[in-house]
Design a protein around this ligand. Sequence first.
Ligand SMILES: NC(=O)c1ccc[n+]([C@@H]2O[C@H](COP(=O)([O-])OP(=O)(O)OC[C@H]3O[C@@H](n4cnc5c(N)ncnc54)[C@H](OP(=O)(O)O)[C@@H]3O)[C@@H](O)[C@H]2O)c1
Length: 257
Amino acid sequence: MTADLSDKPALSRAVDGVSAVVYGAGTVRGRRYADFLAANVAGVQSMLEALVDAGSSAPFLLLSSLAAGRPELSDYARSKFAAEQELRNHPDLCWSILRPPAVYGPGDVEMQPLLNLVRRGVALRPGPPAQRLSLIHATDLACAVSAWLSAPEACRHLTCAIDDGHPSGYSWGEIGEAVGQRKVRQLPVPMALLRAAGAANACMAGVFGYSPMLTPGKARELQQEHWLCDNSAFSSRTGWHPEIDLRSGALELFARN
Ligand SMILES: NC(=O)c1ccc[n+]([C@@H]2O[C@H](COP(=O)([O-])OP(=O)(O)OC[C@H]3O[C@@H](n4cnc5c(N)ncnc54)[C@H](OP(=O)(O)O)[C@@H]3O)[C@@H](O)[C@H]2O)c1
């Protein structure tokens, strides 16, 4: 069945008899904190309430975000951290939190334009020259969810950021070589320009009523030197290991397109 996260009776029916809950709903676009609340925070609250009201002990997996580790940066990051806190307020439940970095793969619309540009030989680098970023292919993330479903108790109250296992993430040079299959040209995006673009886009979104991705908060996220993960705790508990590195993931992606 399908249910809107604001529809509490429907959520009660949805959790009836389930053996586990995987919460993958969310909003990654918004102009202010309120735009992220319904899907990222209130929905988690409602799902937890539905489980507790039903007396269910079904384990709960929250797909959070690497950004939740730095809630001060953006409204999105703050909302993902607030959602995690909802789980931490339920010590009696068996919950786990996965914090993916940027996810790419079939169906992705946020990373794809950047990867297309890299494929054409240009990498827009929003952070400092030493910037390193973790990535994960959607299939590896799906396999991680599946691994969790086989061993939720082993992951009880675990918060873990997982990636494709490439040591210390990727530099932009490495992203270029993996995706572009050659040395690509790195174009640094000046900090002031990125922040100005974020502010202008948020302003336009207010006027024209769309949900922006680039905001001042997103600009701050993009400018961080490191967004890195560590698979060890999750792998040791579940036996999950990523199988798709950026080179093979990009090859498959561009073979499809
Ligand atoms: N994409 C990434 O790179 C990335 C990285 C880290 C973490 N994450 C997290 O992963 C999750 C999914 O992200 P995504 O990129 O896959 O986003 P997405 O493609 O926009 O998917 C979001 C999903 O949430 C559902 N949803 C939103 N509001 C809802 C509501 N009120 N009731 C029921 N369902 C609702 C949407 O359903 P409808 O389609 O019906 O609207 C959609 O299926 C998010 O929590 C995000 O924070 C994503």
